[in-house]
Design a protein around this ligand. Structure first.
Ligand code: ADP
Length: 255
């Protein structure tokens, strides 16, 4: 899914290295916290994955592609396979929940009916089906964050990246956000969560990669129990997704 081989990044020739000799492998379906203080190099690592910057040394492979060698016109295609959740959610206030989630699909050539089915399905997954017509400013913080997650999932991404998703919310909501992201990972999607919140991360028994001054200083694997729980939950989630899809098919058939 993601591979960094001896990757270094310097923004200015002869300047300080933002990242230094990074070796990191993330498997399909893994849940990884990327932890570090401000200035550790987290954003640089994300920018390399998103191909906003290219490595000064080494090789970055994302979804099977050497990102530095990717032609410019192929970059949007790579990014479309990823769902990104920003710190401030970036919901559009003049659009309903449904429109916020559907919006990015309108610019593709997916048919309206397919968009509707997909958006309704995703809203059910994050338990927002009753809020489809609501506007963001009428939602609670928890609901807003679920819209942000729904929007990240709408293109059926292989990888979801959450960039400091808990930066602007209270501890209870932070916990809820992480639980939701764990649920996302249980559907088989790879999840990378970037954060500086040490204490929160250690409540989750997932893999934690810690960056400091541009280097990986530790890489702690997930607890075996967390991995086993993910497998069990994935099976449950698949059954739930199948049930939702069947229910929707029946609804369509009866219309
Ligand atoms: P974090 O996201 O963990 O706060 P960053 O990746 O933003 O860390 O920063 C890592 C280092 O790279 C810092 O020393 C920062 O000042 C430097 N840096 C980040 N972006 C740039 C840039 N565009 N130009 C020059 N230096 C940068």
């Amino acid at each position: 899914m993601i591979d960094f081989e001896h990757v270094s990044k310097e923004y200015k020739k002869g300047g300080r290295l933002a990242l230094e000799d990074i070796n990191l492998h993330v498997d399909d379906g893994e849940f990884v916290f990327l932890l570090g203080h401000s200035g550790a190099g987290k954003s640089t690592l994300l920018k390399l994955i998103l191909r906003e910057v290219t490595p000064s040394e080494g090789k970055v492979t994302v979804l099977g592609k050497d990102v530095a060698r990717l032609r410019r016109h192929k970059v949007p295609y790579l990014r479309r396979q990823m769902g990104i959740i920003f710190q401030d959610f970036r919901l559009i206030p003049s659009m309903t929940v449904y429109e916020n989630v559907a919006f990015s699909m309108y610019v593709t050539n997916v048919k309206r009916k397919e968009i509707r089915q997909r958006v309704e399905y995703i809203l059910q997954l994050v338990h927002l089906e009753d809020k489809a017509k609501a506007y963001p400013d009428t939602l609670s913080g928890g609901e807003q964050q679920r819209v942000a997650v729904a929007r990240a999932l709408v293109h059926s991404p292989k990888l979801v990246i959450a960039d400091e998703p808990t930066g602007n919310i209270d501890p209870e909501l932070s916990l809820e956000m992480m639980e939701l992201l764990e649920k996302v990972s249980q559907t088989g999607i790879t999840v990378l969560v970037v954060t500086h919140e040490h204490e929160l991360v250690h409540q989750f028994h997932q893999r934690v990669v810690t960056l400091k001054n541009g280097r990986i200083i530790s890489d702690t694997p997930a607890d075996p129990e967390a991995v086993a729980a993910r497998t069990a939950a994935r099976e449950r989630a698949e059954a739930e997704a199948k049930a939702i899809a069947e229910r929707m098919e029946q609804e369509v058939a009866t219309v």
